[in-house]
Every structure is written in C-alpha cells, then in structure tokens.
Design a protein around this ligand. Structure first.
Ligand SMILES: Cc1ncc(COP(=O)(O)O)c(C=O)c1O
Length: 435
C-alpha cells in the first residue's frame, strides 16, 4: 500500500469520538450537537423535486465535464455573484462537492518531479488540504491565523527560500473555523506572490453564501468588494456598529477571489475557486459543487478527473442546475443564520470571548480559564458530560507550528441546528461555565 497513507492524521470527529469514549452525557438533557459543520436547515422542495424528476438520467453515463445546462447555470450564477464572465466550456467544472475537488486538485496540480514540494495552508484549517498535500507527496507549510493578526494568513512568515518550492496555496475565505473573509489587500498580496513564484491558488469559498447583511452598507451593491483594511478588533456589537460585520466594513456578500482578481485588473491565471451547494442550499448530501477560474488549469484537472472517474450523477446535475438558478432560498437560509447569531452571540458573550465572524456559521470562541479543565479538549468533554452539548476542540483543527497550536484554547461552535436548540445550547454553556 502507499506508505503516504500512514501520514494522514485522524479526522477531528474521530478524535472527538475518542475524547468522549466512556463519558456518559447528562441523561436529563437532550443532546445538542454543534460540533460538525453540517447544515441542518430543510432542503428546499424544488431541489428535491428537480432531483426526482431527473431520474431518467440514470440510464446514461454522465460526462466528466458535466452537462452544458449545469455549466451555464453556474456561469450565470458566477456572473451575478462575482461580477465575472466565465466561459462555461472552459472555465467551469462541476464537482461532487468541494471536498473531493479540494483533495483531487492537489493530485493534479503538484509536479512530483520536483524534489521538494510545498503546499501552504492556513492553520487552523479544513483537514482535507493537509491530506491532499501529503498524498501528492508534498509537505504542508502552515500559517497560523490568530485573533492578534485579525485571522490573516501572514505570507511574510514564509521563509524567502521556501517560495521556490511552493506549488499550491490553499486559502479558505470565509474561513473555517475563524469566519474571516479575505480583504482586497490580502488578495492583492497573494496574487502578486503567485505571479512571482508560479504557484497555483486554490480558493475554498464554500461558505461564501452564509453572510449577515444582504446589501453592502456603504457604496457599491451586492458583490462590492469590502475594505482592504481588516482590523483585529473585538466583534462586540454597538448601537452604531452593525451586529455581525465588525471586523470589516462593507456588508453584503464576501469578496471572492474571482471578484478580487477582476477588481485588481488581473486575469485568472493560476487561480481556481471552489464553491459548493452544501451550505448555500442545505444539500450536504447532494455532493455538488464547482471549480472555476484558469482555463488551462481546468483543462488539466478535467483530464485528471476523467481517469479518476468523478462525473456527476445526471439527476444531481439537474437538481444542482435548479439550485444555482434560485436565490430566494439562499436569502431565507441567511435569514435563519442571522437570527441565530443575533440570539446566541449576546448570550454567549457573557462567558466566552470571540469575534463576530465576517461570514460562515461558526463561532470561534476562546475557552475561559477554570480549574475544572486544562484545555479546549477537556472543556469540550466536560461540557458534553454535564450539559450534553457537543462542540469541537479547536486544537483538533490545527497543527502545532514552532511550538504553538493556534487552535489550542478555542472551541468551534457551529450554529447549524435550529434557533431553539442553539439558544438552549448557549444557555447551557453559560450554566456550565458559571457553575
Ligand atoms: C472549509 C471547507 N471546505 C470544504 C468543505 C466541503 O464541503 P462540500 O464537500 O460539502 O462542498 C467543508 C465542509 O465542511 C469545509 O468546511
């Protein structure tokens, strides 16, 4: 077997199961699980109907490139959302969820003939980036994202002589778990570096549609870029400040890589964006997303995928086409998240320290000091035992770099359940901390 498989780390949820082994949660309380980033709002009926109406498609092998109607629907969505025109024939590829694409992409993008191969990833991060790099024979290089630096990836920390070995940089905006949205100035820096050092940018934007203000607050409309000046201030809302956009000015949809490239007068060379219906349309089981950007990179990725055998099921293509063409359900989806954040954040602020996220559905909260727990994992375990609430220890989402695990001392709280259980969980957390 491939010895690189031994380099793969246990997945955070496996570690959580191990952490909870032998622990009996309080039997008087119903379980509330805020650990996994699985959307739980209802799948819209029209998406279900589009899926079942298209079952005739099961009689044919789908092509790896996906049908034209789906690629056109995605191109139309990209034009509305990102303000960019993409050629559905060459610049868009449907994928079976962004996870498989983020993984497969490294296998296609990394040149194995180079002696040292580096992949840069944020830290904490979505674990697929690391596994993708390792199985492609590359070494991940992690950049810690911390509250002190506004959760930015500080590319200035990459040793100058390492850049020649960097082939791929993963970025995640809005970030999981920090909720940080990359600002225009950060994109500019990254594009400049990619041009200078010839690496490919894989921009994971699967949370891009979970944001808190429908319209941009200042000049510009939907899709308008936010300010380039992210600041690390605390996210406490005040009367003069919008509740949920305290770290960046603007409001409206988060700036994505394609819009940023356009704003900066660049083309999409060496840039690939990954997006997904899972969070946007509450269909994590559909396994549907897309990649978009550099036509030459996509041509080669398509070649890889033809052999990999990852064509999208025709019924799923039909459901996805319908989903990308509708925004009303996404607006409603955001309304539900907004309602939950508005209800939960002021409650939790009393006992946990966190910044309001720019976007996405996570709270990335500091674990308070207490003699009852030593670290984030013990906090999560005792919370589970006493209050039957599950949150994810932040250290499970990060790696130790130069003696620091930037997830240590944090927990990730996913506001995925409906309003009442989220509020109930927040109240239980207060009781738990204040006991
Ligand atoms: C940061 C990030 N990227 C990608 C994914 C994969 O999503 P999907 O494969 O459902 O598109 C997830 C899922 O939780 C995620 O958190």
């Amino acid at each position: 077997m491939n010895p690189r498989l031994n380099q793969l780390q246990p997945y955070p949820f496996q570690r959580l199961r191990d952490l909870f082994a032998g622990v009996t949660p309080n039997p008087e309380l119903a379980p509330i699980n805020l650990s996994i980033g699985e959307p739980k709002h209802a799948t819209p009926a029209f998406i279900r109907a589009a899926l079942t109406d298209a079952l005739d498609g099961l009689a044919n092998y789908p092509i790896t490139q996906g049908g034209e109607s789906l690629r056109k629907a995605i191109a139309g969505w990209c034009e509305n959302r990102y303000g960019v025109r993409l050629d559905p024939a060459t610049q868009i590829l449907p994928v079976n969820g962004s996870r498989e694409a983020l993984f497969a992409f490294a296998q296609a993008a990394i040149d194995p003939s180079r002696h040292v191969k580096r992949v840069i990833s944020p830290n904490p991060f979505y674990q697929i980036y690391e596994g993708a790099a390792l199985l492609a024979g590359a070494k991940p290089y992690f950049l810690n994202t911390r509250p002190e630096n506004g959760y930015r990836m500080d590319f200035g920390l990459v040793p100058e002589d390492m850049w020649a070995d960097v082939q791929l940089v993963y970025v995640c905006s809005p970030g999981n778990p920090t909720g940080k949205v990359m600002a225009l100035a950060e994109w500019r820096e990254l594009f400049d570096l990619a041009e200078r050092h010839h690496f490919v940018i894989a921009s994971d934007e699967c949370y891009s549609e979970i944001y808190f203000e429908e319209e941009a607050l200042a000049e510009g409309g939907a899709g308008a870029p936010r300010s380039g000046d992210a600041t690390p201030e605390s996210g406490a809302a005040t009367a003069s400040q919008p509740l949920l956009t305290s770290r960046i000015s603007g409001g409206g949809p988060p700036l994505g890589a394609l819009t940023a490239a356009k704003q900066l007068g660049r083309d999409f060379t060496r840039l690939i964006v990954f997006n997904s219906l899972s969070k946007r349309s509450n269909v994590p089981g559909l396994r549907s997303g897309f990649v978009a950007g550099d036509a030459e990179v996509i041509r080669q990725f398509l070649l890889y995928r033809t052999y990999h055998g990852s064509a999208m099921n025709p019924a799923i293509q039909a459901a996805s086409t319908a989903a990308w063409q509708d925004e009303a359900h996404v607006v409603e989806n955001r309304r539900q998240y907004r309602e939950k954040f508005a209800a939960v954040m002021p409650v939790l602020k009393d006992v946990l320290e966190f910044d309001a996220p720019d976007a996405a559905f996570y709270l990335w909260a500091k674990v308070p000091r207490s003699p009852r727990w030593n670290d984030d994992a013990e906090f999560a375990r005792e919370l589970y035992r006493e209050k039957h609430v599950t949150v994810l220890p932040g250290s499970y989402l990060a790696r130790e770099v130069t003696g620091v695990n930037p997830g240590k001392g944090f927990v990730r709280i996913a506001l995925v359940d409906s309003l009442a259980p989220c509020v109930e969980a927040a109240n239980r957390i207060i009781d738990f901390v204040n006991r």
